[in-house]
Structure formats: structure tokens, C-alpha cells
Design a protein around this ligand. Structure first.
Ligand code: ADP
Length: 406
């Protein structure tokens, strides 16, 4: 059934959106509002009608969503004639705790469940909820669907999600590994299965999402069995500005040296990772350029980034027993051949051998294999598309509901 699906991602001061024609998976319009609540907010929309950029004050997410809807139905710039053309809305929700193991139709109970998880993601779930409530208000005829970053990882077994701390912390405070980027890992694994014309249950995959945030997931027969991000997105790989794994005693040591808890939170999430190590930038492109000019700290940051990733890949090969494929995705994973090569270097005896020519050819937007004929484990570049993944889930769930109502 051909319908239009709106995908919404509400951040703390932004709203990103895409309107899809489904099931064709065609984007009709996409855009974003940034700096919500500031003196001047920016709005950008690109669509079949062209590109518009505006500056105007948008005080709240409700106002922002209302403006987006107005622009979508606008006589001149709009791409649909009435709001009723929007069959369903898919909302990205960062944290679904243990309660949400897959995407769901949003009901009062679901809203209450997302509110309960707000404590676990205080920066993300509250704006996600505001978006959901505003969308229900402005588009009451549309089905509303929640797609969670954490849901894909709810298949991780206790041995991988428990931390070795007193077990009451799990009971009392829900301390455990949740994992993030689930929509991306699930989507690229699904894409690889389609490319290889295999059922997802026939494949064991290590998926590396390397963007500003980075995480790696071990996927056994289509299910996440371990992932590098933990209770929060801070754990695991070296990221743009996050430290990833560190010895936690460093925190106590620095508190004794006079650092506040808040400053350490900021330091580990916003000032560490590639930025902290290099002292130059959180952007891998800038670090590659600096390394080429002989900058030693940029080289060190890149070395640590690749080494940490290699360590996780090795660990997840042991977790999976048999690995069929490694996937690279995200801004770095999709575009940076050097990082892919350096991360997999020295693993030939483990069955991974990069083909330099294929690796160099794989850039953004292109799905492709990057390993040699002889490589026992194949590696692929698969561009992620979290919005499309949300649209696919939303389409499926909304069509099912529509059928049930008919
Ligand atoms: P986010 O996690 O914010 O969505 P991205 O997935 O876009 O971010 O990843 C950002 C990272 O991807 C940056 O380190 C950047 O250097 C890298 N990147 C993005 N585009 C390219 C490119 N064309 N070539 C090399 N690196 C790129």
C-alpha cells in the first residue's frame, strides 16, 4: 500500500525529519531545525521543490514540529496537500530500557514506559517524548511508532550485560549494559543479508559503526549478543570526543585532585577521544591531514583509535566463534579506507585480508566488499540509514494496525 511516512528525530535543541514514500523508500523531503529555544533558529528543507533555508525564532519543539508540518503542506514549498497524507510517524527514541525489545505502536502505556526510561537518558528521552506528544497533537489521524536505539541489543545475554558490581545495583538502579546505535547495527546487518541473499540466521557479523559516536556489535544469527557501548554511550571504542574504556579509578583519583563530578562528565564525554588525544580536532579528516603533515599527536590518536577497534573485533571473533563478515559503517567507516585498513591490519592469520584496490574504491553511499578472494572472513562497507530503518519499521507496524482496524 503506497503511503507517506514521516520520520522524526528530536534532539535537545534540534528536530531532524524525513518524509518517505513507502514502500518505494523514496525521500520526498528532508530537513532540520537547529538552535530551538535560541534567539534565532535555523531551518533547512530539501525536497523535490528545491532547497529552502530560513532563520527565525522557534521557541520550542512543539512550535518547531508545527512549522515543519506547515512547510510540508505549504502551497509553494510543500510536497503534500494535507496533513492527512501522512499515514504514520516514526520517532527515534534513544532509550527503551529493558521494556522495549522492538519498535512499537505508541500508546499511553508506551509513553509512560518511555517516561520511565528518561532517568537513564536524561538528555535524549525528554525531547523524544516532546516530539511524540506534539506529533500526536498535530497529526492525530497518523499512527505513531517508536523505534529505540537500545531495542536491538535486548537479546544480549546476562553474561555480557551485567557489570561485575554488586547485583543489587541492577535491581535498584537498572545498572547494566544497554548498548546504542541499535537501529544502525540492525539495518546494516539486514542489508548485508539481502546483498548476500542469505537469511540473517545464517550469518555471524561484527558490525562497526564509526561516526562521531562509535560502537561495535557482535551479531549472531541476526541477534545482538554483545556491544561495546554500555550503560551509556561512553563505554567502548575511542570516539570523536568520548574516551571509551578507561580505568574507572582514574575518576576517583581526579576527584581527589579537585575535579568535580560534572567537570569529569564533561571531560570524558566532550573533551576526550580523538579531540582530547590529538588536541586538534574530533574530526577524523582533520586528523588524517595533520598526520600527513607529521603531527605526532594526530598519529597517536589515530593509532589508538584503530588499535582499540582491532581489540574489540578480536574479542567479538572469540565471542562469535565463527565470524562470516565484518561491516564498516558511519562517517568514518563508510569513507575512510585508511582507518579500515589499519584497524584490520595484522589479522591475516586470523583470516582477514584487505584488498587495497577494493578498499580504496568503497566510499560514502556505496555498498561493497573490501577483502580479497582469499580472505576467509569478508569485510564490507555498508552505508547506514537510520531514518530509512525507522521508516521501514513504521511502515510495517502502521500497515498492520491499519489492517487490524479495517
Ligand atoms: P555522526 O555520528 O555525528 O552522525 P558521522 O557518521 O557523519 O557523524 O561521522 C563523523 C566522522 O566521519 C568524522 O570523524 C568525519 O571525519 C568522518 N567523515 C565523514 N565524512 C567523511 C569523508 N568523506 N571522508 C572521511 N571521513 C569522513
Amino acid at each position: 500500500m503506497p503511503v507517506k511516512i514521516l520520520v522524526i528525530n528530536c534532539g535537545s535543541s534540534s528536530i531532524k525529519y524525513q518524509l518517505f514514500d513507502m514502500p518505494e523508500e523514496k525521500i520526498i523531503a528532508k530537513g532540520m531545525i537547529e538552535k530551538i529555544g535560541e534567539e534565532s533558529s535555523s531551518f533547512i528543507q530539501t525536497s523535490i521543490k528545491g532547497r529552502i533555508e530560513l532563520q527565525r525564532q522557534i521557541a520550542s519543539h512543539e512550535e518547531g514540529l508545527n512549522f515543519i508540518i506547515e512547510m510540508l503542506i505549504d502551497g509553494k514549498e510543500g510536497v503534500i496537500s494535507t496533513v492527512e497524507d501522512i499515514f504514520a510517524v516514526g520517532h527515534r527514541v534513544v532509550h527503551g530500557g529493558e521494556g522495549f525489545t522492538k519498535s512499537v505502536l505508541i500508546t499511553h502505556e508506551v509513553i509512560a514506559g518511555i517516561e520511565e526510561c528518561a532517568d537513564l537518558a536524561p538528555l535524549h528521552n525528554p525531547p523524544n517524548l516532546v516530539g511524540i506528544k506534539a506529533s500526536k497533537m498535530f497529526l492525530p489521524h497518523s499512527a505513531q511508532v517508536a523505534v529505540f536505539d537500545t531495542a536491538f541489543h535486548q537479546t544480549i545475554p546476562p553474561r555480557a550485560y551485567f557489570y561485575a558490581v554488586p547485583a543489587e545495583l541492577y535491581e535498584k538502579h537498572k545498572i547494566r549494559r544497554y548498548g546504542f546505535h541499535g537501529t544502525s547495527h540492525r539495518y546494516v546487518a539486514y542489508r548485508l543479508a539481502s546483498i548476500l541473499k542469505k537469511d540473517k540466521r545464517e550469518l555471524n557479523i561484527i558490525s562497526c559503526h564509526l561516526g562521531n559516536g562509535c560502537s561495535v556489535t557482535a551479531i549472531e544469527k541476526g541477534e545482538s549478543v554483545d556491544t561495546s557501548m554500555g550503560f551509556t554511550p561512553l563505554e567502548g571504542l575511542v570516539m570523536g570526543t568520548r574516551s571509551g574504556d578507561i580505568d574507572l579509578a582514574i575518576i576517583f583519583y581526579l576527584i581527589n585532585k579537585g575535579y568535580s563530578v560534572e567537570s569529569l562528565n564533561n571531560l570524558l564525554n566532550k573533551k576526550s577521544g580523538l579531540l582530547g588525544l590529538s588536541g586538534i580536532s574530533n574530526d577524523m579528516r582533520n586528523l588524517m591531514a595533520a598526520r600527513d603533515k607529521g603531527n605526532a599527536r594526530a598519529k597517536l590518536a589515530i593509532d589508538i583509535f584503530c588499535y582499540r577497534l582491532r581489540k574489540y573485533i578480536g574479542a567479538y571473533m572469540a565471542v562469535l566463534g565463527k565470524t562470516d563478515a565484518i561491516i564498516f559503517t558511519g562517517g568514518i567507516g563508510e569513507n575512510n579506507a585508511a582507518i579500515r585498513k589499519e584497524s584490520l591490519s595484522g589479522m591475516e592469520s586470523l583470516g582477514i585480508e584487505i584488498d587495497d584496490e577494493k578498499n580504496a574504491k568503497a566510499t560514502r553511499g556505496v555498498e561493497g566488499e573490501i577483502t580479497s578472494e582469499a580472505s576467509k572472513i569478508k569485510a564490507y562497507v555498508i552505508p547506514t540509514d537510520e531514518e530509512l530503518s525507522i521508516a521501514l519499521d513504521t511502515y510495517e507496524i502502521a500497515c498492520k494496525q491499519h489492517k487490524n482496524q479495517a
